[in-house]
Design a protein around this ligand. Structure first.
Ligand SMILES: Nc1ncnc2c1ncn2[C@@H]1O[C@H](COP(=O)(O)OP(=O)(O)OP(=O)(O)O)[C@@H](O)[C@H]1O
Ligand SMILES: [Mg+2]
Length: 373
């Protein structure tokens, strides 16, 4: 799959941008703060319907403008047009082939894997970040999961508001049982899929990490459901999860009734990176963590390929400067696979002349892009 063209209107520092990408290697070159990452952010948005860095969507609208348009043509069997409009005065609009769609139908049309300098936060950051990673990873390849996730979120909202009512008024307790059942059923199905994804991604990551670390390190990804204690290894079949979930819910119920919201469920899940059996968050060095994340990202490519039959588009933000020769080489080897890659750099001499010959090169300067001819 690849992105053929990108159109931006009033997005970040771009008043107007129309780009055509090469099917293989695309290099965005420019000094700091010129708008390279902004282009990757726009492409990512077309895949995930969310930014990887904006905390508020309105941040992405060009200063002093009212709305922002991000539109792309994606080649996947046929050509599809994806379009997002973010506005200060209206709700976000998401379209696929000019038809208004919901987020859960939009995601999955176009898949990307992003490597960026902030990637370390996948290990160091909060469990919430890792849950978002799991959700996006599975959502990109599995429509069933996107529906389940939306259902679960609705159930959680209803159940929380009922818990609040009960806490205040001391009634409706019977009604809660119906929501309990749904929470457990839908939540369990979500968790089974998360466990499965982390298992598959973990196998792939381990193989890659072995090579990246010269056979020195063993990387393990381990799913850590909300009821896990001490990073223990558990069974993740439907029945086991369901009974642990029910048990945890029964135990926490009195506290939920006191506090007025749900205390157990996959909204509290996590997963961990173990390097040579130790929790990487606590014990690994910066370099080890960086390598582990890189292994995980490279594994994502293979995971998506195995789930959908196609490689996603790779977005590499400023990664060359952070990697040593061995890892750089390994990363660039990827480009042999003919996966479409869009890579940013401040220094074009990071790349061999031979590679540059086969690439489309774009010069980025204060919100203007010119292509090398
Ligand atoms: N909403 C916005 N409206 C206008 N300009 C914006 C907006 N948001 C960000 N910018 C501008 O975009 C520029 C940063 O763009 P970007 O992050 O893409 O830079 P970059 O080329 O990736 O730089 P670096 O090499 O430092 O990573 C900054 O100059 C910033 O002021
Ligand atoms: Mg940048």
């Amino acid at each position: 799959m690849n992105i053929k063209s990108l159109k931006l209107r009033n997005f970040r520092n771009y008043k107007q941008l129309d780009l055509e990408f090469a099917p293989h290697i695309n290099i965005l070159v420019g000094n700091n703060a010129q708008g390279k990452t902004n282009i990757l952010e726009a492409i990512y948005l077309l895949a995930a319907a969310k930014s990887f860095r904006a905390s508020k969507e309105s941040e992405m609208i060009k200063h002093n403008e009212i709305s922002s348009l991000i539109s792309g043509k994606i080649q996947r069997d046929a050509v599809h047009k994806l379009e997002i409009t973010i506005s200060n005065i209206a709700v976000k609009s998401i379209k696929c082939n000019t038809k208004e769609t919901q987020q859960k139908e939009f995601v999955g049309n176009f898949n990307v894997v992003l490597f960026s300098p902030e990637d370390l936060s996948l290990i160091k950051g909060s469990p919430g970040q890792r849950r978002r990673f799991m959700d996006l990873e599975i959502s990109q390849v599995n429509a069933g999961y996107r529906s389940l996730l939306a259902d679960y979120q609705k159930i959680l909202v209803h159940r929380n508001s009922l818990l609040k009512d009960i806490a205040h008024k001391n009634k409706y307790e019977k009604m809660l049982e119906v929501w309990d059942e749904q929470l457990i059923e839908v939540g369990t199905r979500l968790m089974v899929q998360r466990a499965e994804m982390i298992y598959k991604l973990g196998l792939l990551s381990r193989l890659i990490h072995r090579k990246l670390s010269n056979n020195q390190e063993e990387l393990i990804l381990r799913y850590s459901p909300f009821y896990a204690e001490n990073n223990e290894q558990l069974d993740y079949d439907y029945q086991t999860i369901k009974s642990r979930f029910s048990y945890a819910l029964a135990e926490e119920k009195p506290f939920e009734l006191l506090r007025g919201y749900s205390l157990v469920g996959p909204q509290r899940d996590d997963f961990i990176f173990l390097i040579n059996q130790l929790d990487a968050k606590r014990y690994a060095s910066q370099g080890q963590q960086r390598t582990a994340v890189l292994s995980c990202r490279l594994a994502e490519l293979e995971y998506m390929k195995s789930e959908t039959g196609r490689y996603p588009v790779i977005l590499l933000d400023d990664v060359m400067s952070e990697l040593d020769e061995l890892r750089k080489k390994y990363l660039l080897k990827l480009l042999d696979k003919k996966v479409q890659t869009i890579i940013t750099t401040t220094d074009i001499s990071d790349f061999e002349p031979e590679l540059l010959q086969n690439a489309s090169v774009f010069f980025v300067e204060s919100g203007q892009v010119t292509e090398r001819r």
